[in-house]
Design a protein around this ligand. Structure first.
Ligand code: SF4
Length: 795
């Protein structure tokens, strides 16, 4: 079993190179020890989740509805706290709003001691005739993990038993959860069997999952029957009725809630929803998003204290109202002391703040409170699938959204693992409440950048970099965030710059100072940029002439083909992968569309990925100013690099004024989707290099292109041009811009990339739309991986 991994990179005064090395070693260790168990579980849940979403007709409506209810609930949180207090007290229970972990722990500990120590005579007499320690059974609750409730109760003499199978295993192993929903996901069945064998005196070894489960059920069933107090979490708390909803696949939560006389439910204040009818979309969607089930095995709604009679398992007297079916004359009306519902049951609802009210007031972290803890963001994350929650997580929470939780509940330093989020956005489609998880990671990264202490070379670096960032920023982040400046310099001095950068001493220096892993191939910068090439062949006028000549091939040019395109020469296309830019220009002209390739400002994508929001903000404004006139004139902004298009259509909403964002978003197009659109509107496909009709080709779509729903258009384009494309399933290539270059993440990047390449047939040609995807695939497959248009464009 792996030890808890400290993701922090700041605990000791070490050089940045040492810190990167240490992070790489920790992640490597996790991939070796836990990755093999994590990957099949997380990716399996992800595949089932995607299938269930696809089979649910109204899935988007459900997600929107759930989101709207959460937005409203968090808006009205102070009011809902009052409402739930009234409802629970009317039901006969107690509500306690705890400020922090210590407050919550002290309250629950007092309830446990009181329940076992005399005020509840039944518990004392029946279960603790000899004054034994109080016994507590618990169902799975991340909130009690957050406050370390078990430690407090045990320190005060209680015996605490987790009854969720995974949590119980973790408790026996003295380990920590590695996943919000599947806490023992990092352990194999064999490891769990060995753990139980070592822990219990077993007559026979437990081998199958059924044997393990049966043993756990028998053992924990006994503990539940003996317990003084049952502690549960709550998936949702309905304010108007005081109803708590427990969603499980094991049925243990409801046993914990109703078998002991005293029930304590511990939940974050964000679990409140206003009305009973608001539960419907959540009950529907939580199982779908968490495990891909259409509904969970057990959905329990309780408005405690329940009316059900208290239970004394030592007493054989039949329960009140429970008659022998064979004896219709049996007395049914006389409740015994053991079954009298009045007064014997206690219920305490502990609602935890612990920083949540501050998160509510924080415009950027507030969205985290909409989270229903389904774990879909973890399952859909390629990096999580490699390292699990002990690598991609903090003290309590794991996966992409853990950044928001850990930063909000502890402090921002607790969320340093957020650099494992590459911003691929695959979790955005998975999240049932439509949380923009990558943005939360970007914001926290930005805040962490701003908290760094200035280093002695900062003033020099700042003078060389045209960014808006503060002193103290990691030099590697600063380099990648200013990649446009480096690319201009490298192109201007190519090929010498390429030779120098590739020399071994320079690679060693780059690794030590900027954290660029020396095993990663560096891009080869081109002396002639795409913009230079375009101008050298006559620029816009010549393009107009070529497009005009191509249009003469059409008998009649449909109005919908009367387009003009501004091709966005992103940093990589302009300086490195110039060929895909040339292919784009030739294709558009051949289909009758005149093209401009101006020297436009950077998109801001590079600084965004490093958490440099101020720099990205400035670049977004500059870019919009540079294209506004063309957009107003009705020209289309055609974008080759999917991550830039994603910036224009997603992140710019947060960076530009509303109208500017709408104009840019509505008039920017993915290159392949644009070309397919031209063919759909009557352009002549015969001018392209078509396949024979059944020609196999493997197509890897960029992750952000998939989130934008644009994979299908490239597939359709390839089919239209005579290919039989097969798409890859892996959520990400693992390269993700600068991520795969970084010393600390290189091996994670390769691990993710190898899962992708394992899907690809050795003989099939491969195309990829993203530059990083192409680089990763070329390096792992050791063969060219062009952009689809480099295959289709006329020569
Ligand atoms: S952020 Fe969304 S996907 Fe992730 S755990 Fe929360 S609700 Fe689930």
């Amino acid at each position: 079993m792996a030890e808890r991994v400290d993701n922090g990179t700041r605990s000791e005064p070490a050089s940045q190179a040492d810190t990167r090395e240490a992070t790489a070693a920790r992640l490597r260790y996790l991939m070796e020890t836990e990755g093999n168990a994590i990957y099949p579980m997380a990716s399996g849940s992800n595949v089932r989740r995607a299938q269930t979403y696809a089979e649910t007709d109204d899935i988007e409506q459900l997600r929107a509805e759930a989101r709207a209810i959460k937005e409203d609930a968090i808006d009205r949180l102070p009011e809902l706290l009052e409402t739930v207090r009234e409802a629970v007290e009317k039901n006969g229970g107690t509500v306690y709003v705890a400020d922090d972990a210590a407050d919550a722990n002290a309250y629950v500990a007092a309830v446990v001691e009181e329940a076992a120590g005399g005020s509840n005579e039944r518990a004392t007499a029946a279960s603790h005739p000899s004054g034994d320690d109080p016994t507590v059974v618990k169902s799975k609750s991340m909130t009690t993990e957050e406050i370390d409730l078990n430690d407090t109760l045990e320190a005060r003499g209680a015996d605490v038993y987790e009854t969720d199978l995974g949590e119980w295993v973790i408790q026996l192993a003295d380990d920590s959860p590695s996943h919000i929903v599947g806490p023992a996901m990092h352990l194999s069945r064999e490891e769990i069997a060995a753990l139980l064998e070592a822990e219990f005196d077993l007559a026979e070894p437990l081998e199958t999952a059924a044997e393990l489960t049966r043993f756990a059920r028998d053992y924990l069933g006994e503990k539940i029957r003996e317990a003084d107090v049952g502690i549960t979490g709550a998936n949702f708390v309905v304010a108007e009725t005081g109803t708590i909803t427990l969603v499980t696949n094991e049925g243990n939560a409801r046993k914990c809630a109703v078998t002991p006389d005293t029930h304590v439910a511990v939940a974050g204040v964000e679990k409140l929803i206003p009305r009973l009818r608001d539960l419907e979309p959540f009950v529907d969607i939580i199982a779908k998003s968490a495990t891909g089930q259409s509904i969970s095995q057990y959905v329990t709604m309780l408005s405690p204290p329940t009316d059900s009679p208290t239970l004394d398992f030592a007493d054989d007297t039949p329960l009140a109202g429970e008659t022998d079916a064979a004896d219709p004359t049996a007395d049914t009306g006389d409740a015994t002391d053991e079954t009298d519902p009045s007064g014997d049951r206690e219920f305490h609802l502990v609602l935890l703040d612990n920083g949540r009210m501050d998160m509510r007031a924080d415009d950027q972290l507030r969205e985290t409170l909409y989270c229903i803890r389904c774990g879909a963001c973890s399952n859909s994350c390629a990096n999580f699938q490699s390292v699990g929650g002990h690598g991609f997580g903090g003290e309590t929470y794991s996966g992409g959204i853990a950044t928001g939780w850990e930063a909000g509940l502890a402090d921002h330093d607790a969320a340093e693992f957020n650099d494992l989020c590459t911003g691929c956005t695959r979790c955005v489609d998975a999240c049932p409440v439509q949380i923009d998880i990558p943005w939360i990671n970007t914001v926290v990264r930005d805040r962490l950048n701003r908290g760094e202490e200035p280093a002695h070379l900062d003033s020099l670096v700042e003078g060389l970099t045209p960014d808006e960032e503060p002193s103290g920023l990691d030099p590697g982040k600063r380099f990648f965030g200013n990649i446009g400046t480096a690319a201009r310099l490298a192109s201007a001095t190519a090929p010498v710059s390429n030779w120098i950068a590739d020399a071994e001493p320079i690679r060693a220096l780059l690794e030590r100072t900027l954290g660029i892993d020396r095993r990663r191939n560096l891009p080869t910068f081109r002396r002639e940029t795409l913009v230079d090439w375009f101008e050298s062949r006559g620029g816009t006028e010549a393009s107009r002439y070529r497009a005009e000549r191509a249009r003469k091939r059409f008998d009649e040019v449909p109005d919908s083909l009367e387009r003009e395109a501004v091709l966005y020469a992103d940093v990589y296309t302009n300086h490195v992968d110039v060929d895909r830019g040339k292919a784009a220009v030739r294709t558009l002209e051949a289909l009758g569309v005149p093209v401009q390739v101006p020297n436009l400002p950077e998109s801001g994508r590079a600084p965004l990925s490093q958490g440099m929001i101020a720099t990205a903000d400035r670049q977004a404004s500059r870019l919009y100013a540079a294209v506004a006139e063309d957009l107003d004139a009705g020209r289309d902004l055609v974008v080759i690099e999917p991550s830039d298009l994603a910036a224009f259509q997603r992140e710019y909403e947060r960076l530009l004024p509303e109208r500017s964002f709408e104009t840019l978003s509505e008039n920017s197009y993915d290159l392949c989707a644009y070309v397919f659109g031209l063919l759909e509107h009557g352009a002549d496909p015969s001018v392209l290099r078509n396949g024979s009709g059944e020609e196999p080709i493997t197509y890897h779509s960029h992750c952000q292109q998939r989130t934008l729903g644009l994979e299908a258009q490239t597939v359709a384009l390839l089919e239209r041009c005579g290919y039989a494309p097969r798409t890859t399933e892996a959520e990400c290539c693992g390269m993700a811009g600068s991520f795969g270059y970084k010393r600390e993440y290189y091996e994670v990047s390769v691990d993710v990339g190898q899962r992708l390449t394992s899907e690809i047939d050795a003989d099939d040609p491969v195309v990829a739309t993203g530059t990083s995807c192409g680089d990763q695939l070329e390096s792992l497959l050791e063969r060219p991986v062009p952009h689809p248009l480099e295959v289709l464009a006329p020569r």
